[in-house]
Design a protein around this ligand. Sequence first.
Ligand SMILES: [Zn+2]
Length: 104
Amino acid sequence: MSFFKKLTDLFSGSGGVDRDACWITARCNRCGEVVRTRVSLSNDLSVEYDGDEVSYFCRKVMMGEGRCFQRIEVELTFDANRRLVNREISGGQFVDEQGKVFAD
Ligand SMILES: [Zn+2]
C-alpha cells in the first residue's frame, strides 16, 4: 500500500466507494470507547469566504453508545476542493480504524 493510498484511506475511510463521505474515528478521553462518525462532504459542510479564498468548515459532536456521556467535539476544516486540511478535537483523540492514536 502506497503512502498516498494510506493518506486517502485515513481521510476518507477504506473502500473508496463512498466518495461523499469523510469518516472520523475518535476515542473518548474518559471511557476509551472508539466512536466513528460520517461527515457528508455535500451536506455537512458550511462554506466560509476569506476574500477570494473558499474553505469549508464542519463541527461534529460525537458520543459513544456506552453509559459515558462525554461529548467529543470535532472541528474540521476543508479546502476549496473539500480536502481535509485541519482538524481539532476536544474530549477525545483522533485514532485510526484499529483504534490506535495517530502519531501526529
Ligand atoms: Zn466515553
